[in-house]
Design a protein around this ligand. Structure first.
Ligand code: ADP
Ligand code: MG
Length: 451
């Protein structure tokens, strides 16, 4: 048996032992990379799967493997480098001419600055949720390097951080052609740094970033726990700051909530202006949809836009995605969609509030954490169980708008203050705990059957 067949065989046995949803979530895209003496190396798609398999399934995997290879004593996991997902998008853009109208040229970036010209202030809608960040951005453009340095903007996923900071870059570039601008994600910065070190070209790397008049670093939370890049960011920052060159950072959380960050780096982040982007309200979501339609020169009925703005919560990227998916469908059928058809089209993306019962939520959370569902309803202080229960309560509250007493009752008559405490605890932790966010993502995928 070759390694591929062997792994397939092992997987098919594991599949019998765990729930289909868990199997799909954790074992999809895994492979047996190599076997050496008493060790085996499994490739996995990302760090979360790696940690999860190591944590939760290590015994099961080892046991099943040893049915075939009794000599194996240890299993290691490595994250496989994935080919970028981009090309797929290009392919479909090319093959569907009409779709080209509907999508921007996502992939074009200016090689000099690494900025994507699609992010401008002309197509940036300002509302209560982001007006502070917007105003600060405008002030920075007028007083580059002199007013708020660094400018640190943070907020949840898909709320326009990248759009805002790139729009600042694009505006400056248009106004002052002589200015040196670089936009880069912290992750890419890190990769470039490592490559430079490997090729003995650190001086080139340093020159490139320390010679900027405007340096924009996206998703800076990435540097958490990575000393080499923190060190480099620190020195780059100092070099720029001393010469009144502007630095802009974005992050999914405030500096105080970035773990494992050197104090001196944190204090640099906090030395300028920190602004957050909130979540857009209904009116702003409508305005965003209308602005996207104006760009595409397409009209959509008001009731449909209102439906989208009402149903899609807290994430502008999803809002745009939903709009695009109904536009391509309506193109496909060469007709405008009715509200009903739109609801159907989007039903996969939208939380099906009426279809899932609290019991199912509890069952799904229990499955996910490998705990019998009845334990979640019992009086117990076992850490694992308390945690899973809190997460189930949180989901019932956030996704189903269930009342506190109702949730309490579903968990064997818990007091509403207990429920409130649980929901707040998880809600706060999500802001700072990436692992938990990722767990919830997987959990919801299972709950809403997206897997
Ligand atoms: P983040 O970096 O915060 O995850 P992005 O900047 O990538 O979010 O924004 C997600 C999508 O939503 C992008 O396509 C962006 O153009 C769009 N978007 C975000 N904020 C706005 C806004 N205020 N007006 C118009 N489009 C927006
Ligand atoms: Mg971003």
């Amino acid at each position: 048996m070759d390694t591929k067949d062997l792994w397939r065989q092992i997987l098919s046995e594991i599949e019998l032992e765990i729930s289909p949803a868990n199997f799909a979530t954790w074992f999809k895209n895994t492979d047996l990379r190599e076997k050496q003496n008493d060790q085996m190396l499994i490739s996995v798609p990302n760090i979360f799967v790696k940690e999860w398999l190591e944590d939760k399934y290590c015994k099961l995997i080892l046991k099943t493997t040893r049915n075939h290879l009794p000599e194996i004593k240890m299993i290691n996991y490595a994250i496989a480098i994935q080919s970028p997902a981009q090309p797929q998008i290009h392919k479909s853009e090319e093959s569907h001419h009409a779709k080209e109208q509907l999508t921007f040229k996502e992939s074009y970036v200016d090689p000099g600055t690494n900025l994507n010209p699609k992010y401008t202030f002309e197509n940036f809608v300002v509302g209560a949720f982001n007006e502070l960040a917007y105003a600060a951005g405008q002030a920075i453009i007028k007083n580059l390097g002199l007013l708020y340095n660094p400018f640190f903007v943070y907020g949840g996923v898909g709320l326009g951080k990248t759009h805002l900071i790139q729009a600042i870059g694009n505006t400056v570039k248009k106004q002052k052609t002589s200015i040196k601008i670089q936009y880069i994600s912290a992750e890419k910065f890190f990769k470039e740094l490592i490559e430079a070190i490997q090729h003995g070209e650190t001086n080139l790397f340093k020159d490139k970033y320390r010679a900027c008049n405007l340096l924009i670093v996206d998703d800076i939370q990435f540097i958490s726990g990575k000393n080499a890049i923190q060190e480099e960011i620190f020195h780059t920052f100092n070099a720029l700051y001393e010469n009144n060159n502007q630095i802009i950072f974005s992050s999914d959380r405030p500096p105080a909530a970035i773990h494992n960050l050197e104090e001196r780096v944190r204090s640099r982040f906090e030395g300028g202006l920190i602004v957050d982007i909130n979540t857009p309200d209904f009116e702003t979501k409508l305005a965003i949809l209308k602005s996207k339609l104006r760009e595409k020169n397409i009209e959509v009925k008001q009731e449909i836009l209102e439906y989208l703005a009402k149903t899609i919560k807290d994430n502008i990227r999803e809002l745009e995605g939903a709009l695009n998916s109904i536009l391509s469908r309506s193109y496909l059928f060469s007709k405008e969609l009715t509200l009903e058809e739109v609801q159907k089209t989007l039903s996969k993306n939208i939380k099906p509030k009426k279809v899932i019962t609290p019991k199912e939520v509890i069952q799904c959370v229990a499955n996910f954490y490998d705990i019998p569902a009845k334990n979640l309803l019992e009086k117990t202080r076992r850490k694992e169980i308390v945690r899973a229960r809190q997460i189930a309560m949180y989901i019932l509250r956030e996704d189903f708008n269930a009342s506190l007493p109702f949730i309490g009752q579903k968990f064997g008559g818990k007091d509403h203050t207990t429920v409130l405490y649980a929901c707040e605890k998880i809600k706060n932790e999500i802001k700072i705990n990436e692992r938990l966010r990722e767990e919830l993502k997987y959990l919801k995928e299972q709950l809403y059957n997206i897997v």
